[in-house]
Design a binder for this molecule. Structure first.
Ligand code: NDP
Ligand code: GDR
Length: 344
């Protein structure tokens, strides 16, 4: 039986990856943070929280000693570093905390692997945010980076640290440059889930209007469950490398909102420009979406679209779920949850 360690099992990807590895017969150690109220709703929703091969470990990525003990205790052969302060917006308000968790935290694991067991295979959750102010379209493994947020900068540090430990110490460090991936398990602070949850609440008469920031930002959105499969494939490869996982399709935030409202039976028409822009229901004339400048970021990533050709050729990975299917799945889940008063 193989043993894997997943940091950040309480997050979206951690939950899906845990289910994938448990289904493959792995023993899984999954880490969560000590908080006043632990949040296991995702692994509960996937029905793996009580799996006999799952061990939940209290852990903070910023603590080197804790990292060393965890690597030793778990005896993990594969380590998936998914833990991070992962919200770009918050990283502008908490840049130092973000650097410590998202940047230095990954280095703690790499150092831990070097000290405890250099044979451990390591996956680093890198991100399309590292491309930031994009230098080429579509983005590939060789596109130059230009991060536009403290989060992007911290992730770039972790990415290059992974590459450096690969080159300097021969550690099997794989870096997955994943473009946005979403699901019904996405946190509600991220724009897709914020939209699908609001659409459900508006449809059920529990919310009047949805407030958003930059509607023009373009993202390459895929389905999270498929992306964790890609992470696993990277650690089964013959040699460690860097791979882009993406759909090669990009849409605006405005388009995603239009799709989400359509999935709940609303036709939206966009009127006005800039901060005056509104999304209006064509049937009733009611304003369903408006702009709130507080959701704008000090520096924005305007256009992300990834080319996953290398992952397809070398790992046999490709995204299958369309944005329409993903959006409908998320709206459906949020309608169902809101009907039963669920609040995560
Ligand atoms: P989430 O925000 O859903 O999950 C992040 C996880 O990290 C949570 O379990 C969180 O715990 C944990 N965490 C935060 N701080 C610490 C800390 N100091 N010590 C230990 N654990 C901590 O992210 P996703 O699942 O969406 O993403 C997984 C990873 O992939 C992240 O690193 C993210 O940056 C990266 N990524 C995500 C993409 C996406 O589109 N989803 C795209 C590219 C990269 P808690 O529940 O307590 O907050
Ligand atoms: P992102 O995701 O920053 O791409 O990072 P997010 O969903 O937060 O933003 C996507 C785009 O939508 C715009 N936007 C808004 N965003 C939020 N959160 N709330 C709003 O109201 C809103 N209105 C417009 C944003 O400005 C942005 O352009 C995600 C995270 O999962 C990272 O951890 C991961 O690395 C990247 O995806 C790839």
């Amino acid at each position: 039986m193989k043993t894997a360690l997943i940091t950040g099992i309480s997050g979206q990807d951690g939950a899906y990856l845990a289910r994938l590895l448990l289904n493959k017969g792995y023993r899984v150690y999954g880490t969560y943070r000590r908080t006043s109220s632990v949040n296991f709703w995702r692994i509960e929703e996937l029905g793996v929280d009580k799996h006999p091969n799952l061990t939940l470990e209290e852990y903070d990525l910023t603590d080197l000693g804790c990292t060393l003990r965890l690597l030793e205790r778990s005896g993990a052969e594969e380590v998936y570093n998914l833990a991070a302060q992962s919200f770009v917006g918050v990283s502008f308000e908490q840049p130092v905390t973000t650097a410590k968790i998202t940047g230095i935290g990954a280095l703690h694991l790499l150092e831990g692997i070097r000290i405890v067991n250099p044979k451990i295979r390591f996956y680093q959750a890198s991100t399309s945010e590292m491309f930031g102010k994009v230098q080429a379209v579509p983005q590939t493994e060789t596109t130059p980076f230009w991060p536009r947020s403290p989060y992007g900068v911290a992730k770039l540090f972790a990415h290059w640290s992974t590459v450096n430990y690969r080159e300097a110490y021969g550690i099997f460090g794989a870096s997955g440059i994943l473009f946005n991936h979403e699901s019904p398990l996405r946190g509600r602070e991220f724009v897709t889930r914020k939209i699908t949850d609001a659409v459900a609440k508006i449809a059920l008469g529990k919310q009047d209007v949805l407030e958003l920031g930059n509607l023009d930002a373009k993202r390459d959105w895929g389905y999270a469950e498929e992306y964790v499969e890609g992470m696993w494939r990277m650690l089964q490869a013959e040699r460690p490398d860097t791979y882009v996982l993406a759909t090669k399709r990009t849409e605006t935030v405005r388009d995603f909102a239009t799709l989400a409202f359509r999935a709940a039976g609303y036709a939206l028409e966009w009127r006005g420009r800039g901060v005056e822009e509104t999304g209006v229901c064509t049937r009733t004339g009611r304003v369903l979406v408006r702009i709130n400048p507080k959701f704008h970021r000090p520096a924005e990533v305007d256009l992300l679209i990834g080319d996953p050709a290398k992952a397809r050729a070398e790992l046999g990975w490709e995204a299958k779920t369309t944005l329409e299917q993903l959006c409908a799945m998320m709206v459906e889940a949020d309608l169902e949850r809101n009907r039963r008063g669920f609040s995560c």
